[in-house]
Design a binder for this molecule. Structure first.
Ligand code: PMP
Length: 359
């Protein structure tokens, strides 16, 4: 065997592999997984049926154009087919977006901390990440983000609500920010958690896209629609951008199972959004309980809450696991905890209560 390894791109060296939320250990003390912002409800029977029916022909490639799903989305959002693109989860579409806009020498601006995939997919493309710290209240600092845009900036991510803090940017400040972004720079409104928003001041990104050619909205079926395991997300963008997304897509990346499940989920939207309503009630219950225990918790508009724990983050995550729930630690910063089943949330609240007493 030769001692020489194949040459890999130098950019990859510093890139961490994306870390998924830890699973709940089979047979271990942690029975509930609150580490990946998943939907705790099992698939609806009708959705499961559509997947089972599609499975009968998985010897065939899927419909690469996602025709049925694109038609549903076009009707649902009142946008032309030419303004839609799908991908393997919205993270897949985010990667397509970067590939379509940025390469070596270009910059991608986003808030930090935010969704962990942004730095990874930016670095893979060879572009440079420009991270703009959140405000002390854990909100996007849109003024600083606007100031960070240069003539090399090709893409800006605005994660609304932000992962992992759950915080939002509201209409007025977002519009003011968009007014400051040059027309040749694409702004991606990452709305993975859109359906969990109850604050009426948060604009629907689709409305903003309608008025602005450089705005693109990113959505997913993974969260509110409960299809995380099937990998399907989509973008709504003006024609040149959407066309570029179709070019940068992995061919056949969205399976027929995923396409049929997404269509069935859109048709069962009332029931699925009812479940989202229950999760939002749980979010309120958990947030109120944390505040009553003495914690400072940013107002979350997503399906998770953020606890700043600093140096105690890792110990806290271990205590949660011991008590029966797996959470998502960001060492030295805090934990992000998905709103799950009521019993899982109760276990988490028991740990926070004990921990706060020790502080
Ligand atoms: N955007 C944000 C803000 C997220 O938190 C996630 C999932 N953690 C995604 C995009 C990607 O989700 P998916 O690829 O499952 O659509």
């Amino acid at each position: 065997m030769s001692e020489t390894n194949p040459k890999l791109r130098a950019e990859l060296e510093g890139i961490p592999t994306y870390k998924p939320g830890k699973p709940a250990a089979a047979g271990g003390p942690a029975a509930y997984k609150l580490s990946s912002n998943e939907n705790p409800y099992p698939p609806l029977p009708g959705v499961l049926e559509s997947v089972t029916a599609a499975a009968e022909s998985f010897n065939r490639y899927p419909d690469m154009a996602c025709t049925g799903l694109m038609n549903e989305l076009s009707d649902r959002f009142g946008v032309p087919l030419s303004h839609l693109a799908t991908g393997t989860g919205s993270v897949g579409v985010a990667q397509q977006l970067i590939q379509a806009t940025a390469g070596p020498g270009d910059e991608v601006v986003y808030a930090w901390r935010s969704f962990e995939a942004y730095p990874i997919i930016t670095q893979i493309s060879g572009a440079t990440s420009v991270r703009v710290p959140l405000t002390p209240g854990d909100v996007h600092d849109l003024d600083a983000m606007a100031a960070a845009i240069t003539d090399r900036t090709r893409l800006v991510f605005v994660c609304n609500p932000n992962n992992p803090t759950g915080t939002v940017v509201r209409r007025e400040e977002l519009e003011r920010f968009l007014d400051r972004v040059p027309a040749d720079c694409l702004v991606v409104l990452d709305e993975a958690y859109r359906e969990f928003i109850r604050d009426p001041e948060v604009p629907d990104g689709v409305e903003l896209y309608r008025e602005r050619p450089n705005v693109c909205v990113l959505r997913t079926f993974s969260k509110a629609y409960g299809l995380a395991g099937l990998r399907v997300g989509f973008a709504i963008a003006h024609e040149p951008v959407a066309a570029a997304l179709r070019k940068t897509a992995v061919p056949f990346g969205v399976s027929q199972l995923a396409q049929e499940a997404a269509i069935a989920s859109l048709r069962a939207e009332d029931e699925l959004l009812g479940r989202v309503g229950s999760l939002v009630c749980e979010r309120t219950r958990v947030s109120d309980a944390l505040r009553a225990q003495g914690w400072t918790v940013p107002e979350s508009q997503a399906n998770f809450v953020w606890l700043r724990l600093g140096e105690r983050t890792v110990d806290f995550a271990a205590a949660c696991e011991q008590a029966g729930v797996v959470v998502r630690p960001f060492a030295g910063e805090g934990v992000r905890v998905t709103i799950g089943e009521a019993e899982a949330n109760d276990i988490f609240l028991k740990v926070t209560e004990a921990f706060h007493k020790e502080l």
